[in-house]
Design a protein around this ligand. Structure first.
Ligand SMILES: CC(C)(COP(=O)(O)OP(=O)(O)OC[C@H]1O[C@@H](n2cnc3c(N)ncnc32)[C@H](O)[C@@H]1OP(=O)(O)O)[C@@H](O)C(=O)NCCC(=O)NCCS
Length: 187
């Protein structure tokens, strides 16, 4: 990734900014909710230490420019409501994966699309990525709707790829190319 500091991105209602250790309690509130990790191969967090470990990793990644996880803050109140991250970045191949989650009381208000729009613009135009990938549980309708709204296309299906809360779970592979992003209808 190019060597400049992780930026602050703004949208109509959101601020995407680097995480700090002061976010630990808010982040814990997001990821200790079983609804948020319903389709993840990880259990809900049980301690603020889980948040501190995740933030520590994010800080290391900001320093070595290896990946970026933005905190998503409501512009009006400054409350941290989730994260969106570009990870598994392969600079040589100009590709990465995207991951995102919001506190469940903020679902259904269009925040995910707003946050992903800013993160993808940053990825394609500042980090000069060519391709962003996502891998979701087929039962995660909200996540699929977000990706399709962003212009991701279904590229594959992998049965029983993850072990999710006691059962094997399938994956739908999605991909978004810079060419699709740049050609999307103006919103
Ligand atoms: C996935 C997630 C980020 C969506 O956030 P959100 O802010 O509610 O999404 P938005 O309000 O921007 O809605 C985006 C689209 O999803 C649709 N949607 C929202 N919830 C839905 C649901 N439960 N079922 C079907 N579609 C849904 C919306 O109608 C909208 O579609 P549209 O643009 O065609 O109208 C949120 O549900 C979440 O944090 N889930 C837990 C973490 C997770 O699963 N992350 C993704 C896996 S990596």
């Amino acid at each position: 990734m190019p060597s400049y500091p992780t930026p602050i991105l703004t949208t109509n209602r959101l601020t995407l900014r680097p995480l700090t250790l002061d976010d630990a309690a808010d982040l814990f509130a997001v990821f200790s909710d079983p609804a948020v990790v319903r389709y993840w191969s990880a259990e809900p967090w049980t301690s603020v230490a889980d948040a501190e470990t995740t933030i520590g990793h994010a800080l290391d990644c900001y320093r070595d420019q290896s990946e970026v996880r933005f905190g998503i803050e409501l512009a009006e109140t400054g409350v941290l409501i989730g994260t969106v991250g570009l990870h598994h970045v392969f600079p040589q191949n100009r590709r990465c994966e995207i991951g995102y989650a919001l506190a469940s009381q903020h679902w259904g208000k269009g925040y995910a699309c707003e946050a992903l729009g800013a993160a993808l613009d940053y990825g394609f135009h500042e980090l000069r990525l060519n391709r962003v990938e996502a891998d979701i549980d087929p039962r995660n309708a909200a996540s699929g709707a977000v990706l399709e709204r962003m212009g991701f296309r279904k590229e594959g299906y992998m049965p029983e790829r993850w072990f999710v809360h006691g059962e094997m779970a399938d994956t739908i592979n999605y991909g978004l190319l810079k060419s699709y992003w740049d050609a999307r209808p103006s919103r």
